[in-house]
Design a protein around this ligand. Structure first.
Ligand code: MRU
Length: 358
């Protein structure tokens, strides 16, 4: 198997069917979304997650909302506002809702046009991941050739594979493409506390695809880099400023600092929909999601009897803080791997590569 999957699709009854990412890797389950309330629930509760997938679910959410609105624009605007506010950091969410609503503004048939536009967004995003994969794999291939074709060790954080962005992912797209080219790649998978998207989702994806990988505790990366065991780092992003600063899952910044200290190239992979061209200083201006402290207090997993359960790992009464993302400043980023090619993480380079969008 390779990385060409979809995390979401329209089912035969015109609801949106999504893989429930909360039960992986132990159980493959899907959930059908029929309306705005269910769309908001799926995004908030992280049934679906990852910036690109959130954007596509939001686009289809507007299609479901159009059905629900009975053709009334005011009602649709109210539903769109709820979807837009369901999570704050991943800009693909706002981008997709705004694109849907701009397209529908003059529509004579909201439902039909919303369906067409949501499919277009999802298909375009999917094509972009293929391009990201090709540009990223070129980087991996260079390292592979330079080392005399020794297995390339890549480190990634969180999940930026096909579950996070239809169709090949962002950070993992180069890995899947390198595999197609016959390049040997081994992935160090950060477990990614508190929700463990690396240990549960990235490891699941890589296992399905037959890619060699090793799950590591979040704090292991610095040691591995210090001992020459990481050739490059690639992560995804939830929002990247015009100046090249990248918000991604909490812990990414620490990996970038360790990579910088050890001369390990550090790349961020993203489609154009993840740029927020209205912001220059990402560290100061990107809104960072704070989630329930329960995600720190409890861990989910499979018990010996096969049931999925949660267990408390902290003392009752201790306080926890659960900041969802951090921002890696542009000077720590070696390059941005986009569908248009690899560009420097700087205001000038971003503005020059995305002239038509800024
Ligand atoms: O909280 P999540 O799981 O939605 O966070 C996801 C990440 O941080 C991913 O690394 C990110 O979305 C990049 S992949 C599009």
């Amino acid at each position: 198997m390779n990385g060409t999957y979809r995390a979401i699709w329209l089912s035969e009854d015109e609801s949106l069917e999504v893989i429930d990412q909360r039960t992986l890797p132990h159980r493959y389950e899907t959930m059908r979304l029929h309306n705005t309330e269910e769309t908001v629930f799926a995004i908030k509760e992280m049934v679906v997650r990852g910036a690109g997938t959130i954007g596509c679910v939001a686009a289809f959410g507007i299609y479901l909302a159009a059905q629900e609105s009975g053709g009334e624009w005011k009602r649709l605007e109210g539903f769109a506002a709820k979807i837009r506010e369901s999570r704050p950091t991943a800009v693909n969410l706002m981008w997709a809702v705004d694109r849907m609503m701009n397209t529908l503004e003059d529509s004579k048939d909201l439902v039909k046009d919303a369906r067409r536009e949501a499919i277009a967004i999802s298909d375009e995003e999917s094509d972009r991941t293929g391009e990201i994969g090709r540009h990223g794999a070129d980087l991996i291939e260079k390292i592979w050739e330079k080392s005399g074709r020794k297995s390339v060790n890549l480190l990634t954080h969180c999940n930026a594979g096909w579950l996070a962005v239809v169709n090949d992912g962002t950070a993992l797209a180069p890995v899947y493409e390198a595999q197609k080219r016959g390049i040997e790649v081994h992935v160090w998978v950060d477990e990614t506390r508190p929700r463990n998207q690396g240990a549960s989702l990235t490891a699941w994806e890589l296992k399905q695809a037959g890619v060699a990988h090793t799950i590591i505790a979040d704090n292991a990366g610095g040691h591995l880099m210090q001992h020459g065991m990481v050739d490059l780092v690639i992560t995804g992003a939830d929002r990247v400023s015009r100046g090249g600063d990248a918000a991604n899952k909490i812990g990414t910044y620490l990996k970038a600092l360790a990579a910088d200290a050890n001369d390990v190239p550090f790349y961020i992979a993203l489609p154009a929909s993840t740029f927020d061209f209205t912001i220059i200083d990402g560290v100061q201006e990107i809104e960072i999601e704070e989630r329930s402290e329960d995600e720190v207090h409890f861990m989910h997993g499979m018990l010996d009897d096969g049931s999925i359960s949660r267990v408390r790992i902290t003392p009752e009464g201790s306080q926890a803080l659960n900041i969802g993302f951090d921002v890696t400043p542009h000077h720590l980023i070696t390059g941005l791997i986009t569908e248009r090619g690899v560009c420097e993480a700087s205001l000038e380079a971003v503005e020059s590569m995305f002239k038509d969008l800024v």
